[in-house]
Structures are given as C-alpha cells and as structure tokens.
Design a protein around this ligand. Structure first.
Ligand code: FEO
Length: 398
C-alpha cells in the first residue's frame, strides 16, 4: 500500500516497494527488493513525475486517488521510458485524458513506439515548466542510462528528480530519507545497481554530474532507493567516484571449478593476495550471481580469473562472466589469469584472447596446469596472487 510522504513543499513521494520481483530486468537479483519512486507536486497545478511498474498500477492508482481527493493530474513528466517507470502511463492517460505529458524528442519517439501515446509538451535541455510559485527546469542526461533519460530540478526548493542516477536497489521501508539512517548494506547495493545497470555509460554519468554542479541541490530524489536530503552530495560524490572508475585497493578472485583442482589453485592465489595485506574477495562463478562479480570487479583494482577447460572451451560460467563484465574493464584492472585442462587446453587461451580484445595485459605468471596442480604450479599460483596485489598497491600509490 502506498504511504505518501512529504519530501518538500507540496511535493510527495508516491512510490511503492516491490518485494515480489526476484530479478530486475530479468537479470539482476533483488534480495532486498526495489522501490519505484514516483513523485507528486500538489500545488495550484498537479504534476506527477514518473510512474511505477504496471504490475503495481492498482496500488499506485488507489494511492494517488486518496491523495488527490478528486483533483486531476495536469502534467506528467516522464524522465525515462524503461517500464519500471513508464509502465503505468497508458492507465494514467485513460484516467486523466487531458493530462499533458512532458518529455524530450527521444521520449516522444519511445513513448509512441512503446505505448502508442504522444508527448504533448516536447521540451529541450534547459527548458522549464513555469507554474505559480514554482519553476521546474529540465536537464537532458542521455545514456544515464537510456538515450531519452532526463532530470527535473525544482528551482523553488532545490529538489533534483534524478531518475535512475543516484538510485539503488532495496526497498525504502527501513529508511526513505538518508537522515533516517542509511543501512549498512545500502552502499554495496547502490554499487551493484550502478555497476550492473549504469556503468556501461559511466563517462556519460560523469558528464551529467558535471552539468548539475552549481545548481544548489538541497534534495536528491531518485527513481529508486533512498532520498538524500541531509547530505545530498554524499551520493553525488559516491556516484562521481564510480563514474570515473576510481577503484579501491583490493583484489577479486573469481574462479570456476569442476573437480576442485581449479579451486585448489584459487585458494593458493588468494593466499598470495593475503600475503600482501590487500583486501580480498573470492567468488565461485557457479555459485555467486554475476551481478555481484561485476560489482566487485568494478570496486577493486585487481581482478584474477581462473577456470578449467570444458569440452575444449572455457568453463561456461566463466564465459558468462567475461560476457557480462563492462567492456574495457580488463584494460583498466590489474589482471591475473590461471586455469587448467585435461586432454586439450582452451580455458586460459580464451581468457587471454578476451584480455587482448579489451586492450588488457595480464600480470605474469599466467598459470596453466594439466589435470591437477603440483607443488611448482601452486608456487606459481601464490606468486600470481602476490604479483597482482603488489601491482594494485603500486598503482594506487602513484
Ligand atoms: Fe529504473 Fe532504467 O529504469
């Protein structure tokens, strides 16, 4: 049930928590759910900013009706057409046929193709909707993370409706606002959201953040997750750091293993990383969802990948990891590779080819073993872990 909450003068959060969707975009796990944040300005004119996923439209419309108390929505601002925000537009249009839909040129194209609906008030970058006592100015932020994405800044109270940017996974039951306490897990899940959804276009995110500087933002109201009003620049700083790919001193060891031989190698690689006193994360790619592997590959400066050969090819779950990592990441991380094979190689060769395609260069030694590792092989694995960790420390200090 919607619990409308005042976030600024005459401005209400009218979002909903989704605890039933297991996978965001059918891909990314939601162990703590997700919120769809929609906002309603109840002034002389009524302005709705974004909607919610259509599966929740019943609760959404019932909540809006209670708050509107017979009034109609005059304007709908559509920041982004991905269906988690645009899904209920057709229903809103049926309910309030005179409602003016505001969007940019790309919004118009997508809205027509997705919903068969026209944008009524096309806007460009920097245009504004002037309302009694309130100016809503629009900023186009393409590729953060779709081409039509834009934001709205309420100049009367300093609220930035930032759409997906500055958002995160997780429902907003424990805290709707940052001053109610940011849960310990939240930043991890914001990074997972950023690295899984937005990071492919990290430079565009950085550009958008530059564009917003100097606006005098008092509150950041994203379309997912916590609203930032006590320290709005906290989430901007976090996003800006990630959008510039400022990694932390740490190493992620991601491995696949069929009969524990590659896992034994991974254990020794990890010991080598620990020898250097560097933060370590270690994931079995068959058991840890790739969403978390992408997150920590983005977070840490070192990435060591190890896998067996499976029917002359790379172990499929490791292939899935390589396919899922943001393009070019291999060139920006200190990379290590190890693997094994039985009758014919394939795993290490494929990982090397992937690294080269991305413009990366693995740290020596690249450890490749037939069947199971002997003592010399394990010594090489330890050296690999140490070398990657040392290189990460060196790069961080430069
Ligand atoms: Fe939250 Fe890109 O949709």
């Amino acid at each position: 049930m919607m619990q409308p909450t005042l976030i600024a003068d005459q401005t209400w959060w009218v979002g909903l928590n989704d605890r039933k969707t297991d996978l965001f975009e059918g891909l990314w796990p939601l162990p703590r759910g997700v919120s769809y944040n929609s906002y309603l300005i109840l002034g002389e004119k009524v302005v709705l900013l974004d909607t919610v996923k259509v599966t929740m439209a019943g609760a959404y419309l019932a909540g809006l009706d209670r708050l509107l108390n017979g009034r109609k929505v005059d304007y709908l601002i559509t920041h982004h057409l991905e269906p988690d925000h645009s899904g209920s537009i057709s229903l809103l249009r049926q309910r309030w046929p005179e409602m003016k839909i505001i969007g940019n040129k790309k919004t118009a194209e997508f809205l027509r193709e997705m919903h068969g609906i026209e944008v009524d008030m096309p806007i460009g970058d920097g245009d504004a909707l002037e309302l009694p006592g309130r100016t809503l100015r629009f900023y186009l932020t393409p590729m953060v993370h779709w081409p039509e994405t834009m934001m709205t800044f309420d100049e009367s109270n300093g609220t930035l409706f930032s759409c997906d940017a500055f958002g995160g996974f997780g429902t907003v039951d424990q805290s709707l606002f940052d001053d109610q306490g940011v849960p310990a897990w939240y930043e991890d899940d914001v990074l997972r959201y950023f690295s899984n959804i937005v990071a492919k276009y990290a430079p565009m995110t950085h550009k958008a953040i530059g564009k917003l500087g100097g606006l005098g933002i008092k509150t950041i109201a994203p379309s997912h997750g916590i609203i930032w009003r006590q320290d709005p620049l906290r989430i901007v700083r976090i996003y800006d750091r990630w959008s510039q790919d400022q990694w932390e001193t740490g190493v992620l060891v991601a491995f696949g293993s069929m009969y524990e031989h590659t896992e034994a190698m991974a254990e020794v690689v990890a010991a080598g990383v620990r020898d250097e006193g560097v933060t370590l994360r270690m994931y079995d790619v068959s058991r840890r969802h790739v969403s978390y592997i992408i997150r920590d590959a983005w977070r840490y400066g070192g990435l060591i990948l190890g896998a067996p050969t499976y029917d002359t090819k790379l172990f499929p779950m490791m292939q899935h990891v390589l396919n899922s990592l943001p393009k070019g990441l291999a060139a920006r991380r200190t990379l290590g590779l190890f693997g094994n094979y039985g009758w014919v190689g394939g795993a290490v060769k494929t990982m090397q080819a992937w690294t080269e395609e991305q413009g990366g260069k693995p740290v020596e030694p690249i450890v490749e073993v037939r069947f199971r590792p002997d003592d010399d092989n394990l010594q090489q694995c330890r050296q690999l872990g140490q070398n990657v960790a040392q290189e990460v420390k060196k790069r961080q200090n430069n």
